[in-house]
Design a protein. Structure first.
Length: 104
């Protein structure tokens, strides 16, 4: 059975269009509900975390190296370091752990 790629692309375009257009057309006033405002504020962070954390563990050859890098990255971020220094620290930790301490 052959699948029609254009049908899948059309469904994807329609879904993305509706997700982006419906909030603009249905919600015209400012949202005043504190719970809903805080919920909508944190949705992007939660979505990013849900996509990123499993990838951290699967991207390394050894999941322990990924876990150590994740923990050190969180600690570095808590000390106020920016995204680039935290990313450099995490990459260095994985590099060191996978090549020197934890050889496969």
């Amino acid at each position: 059975m052959q699948h029609n790629t254009y049908i899948y692309l059309g469904i994807m375009v329609l879904t993305i269009f509706l997700i982006r257009v419906l909030p603009l057309t249905l919600i015209r006033k400012e949202i005043k509900n504190k719970f809903l405002r805080s919920f909508l504020y944190y949705v992007p962070y939660v979505t990013l975390a849900v996509m990123t954390f499993p990838a951290i563990m699967d991207a390394t050859q050894n999941p322990i190296a990924g876990l150590v890098a994740l923990i050190l990255g969180i600690v570095a971020a808590c000390f106020g370091l920016g995204l680039f220094p935290v990313a450099c620290i995490c990459c260095a930790v994985v590099f060191i752990l996978e090549l020197i301490i934890i050889p496969m």
